[in-house]
Write a new protein. Structure first.
Length: 149
């Protein structure tokens, strides 16, 4: 006895195949988007950590030259350059094996000197190579006690 395959079963199999392909495409797109968001979150986390580290290291600086000297001692930092009140350095984020985790850190200092000391405000901007603008900005400040009369 011969088996007969009707055109309806062929259309049904083709329809199921198309639905299976659509499900695979949707799942793949979801994984790709999730990976991109995960990388973006990792870079943002590293930028926050890096900005906090720079703020701690340069907290005792009262001039851009002193901040550049202190920033140059930071692990993974290339020698910084001073451009007026701004200090710029490239930093390789410590603890990562990826080669593309270089950040550019721009530190802008402004000191308001008084009789008993000075208040130094800092704006730290962290840039990642593939991004157009700063991915994180930290504004901080500290008081440096001077020699009071």
């Amino acid at each position: 006895m011969k088996k007969k395959i009707s055109i309806a079963s062929i259309v049904e199999l083709f329809g199921l195949f198309v639905i299976l392909l659509l499900v695979i495409v949707v799942i793949t797109e979801t994984f790709v988007l999730t990976r991109g968001q995960s990388l973006r979150a990792r870079h943002l986390t590293e930028a926050v950590t890096l900005a906090e580290s720079v703020a701690e290291i340069t907290s005792g600086a009262d001039s851009p030259e002193r901040a550049a000297e202190l920033l140059g001692r930071m692990e993974g930092a290339q020698p910084p350059t001073v451009e007026g009140e701004r200090v710029v350095s490239r930093v390789d984020f410590a603890g990562q094996a990826d080669a593309g985790d270089d950040y550019t850190v721009c530190l802008t200092l402004q000191a308001d000197t008084g009789r008993a000391g000075s208040y130094v405000s800092e704006v730290i901007e962290v840039y990642f190579a593939q991004d157009d603008g700063a991915i994180y900005t930290l504004s901080t400040g500290n008081y440096i006690r001077g020699d009071a009369p």
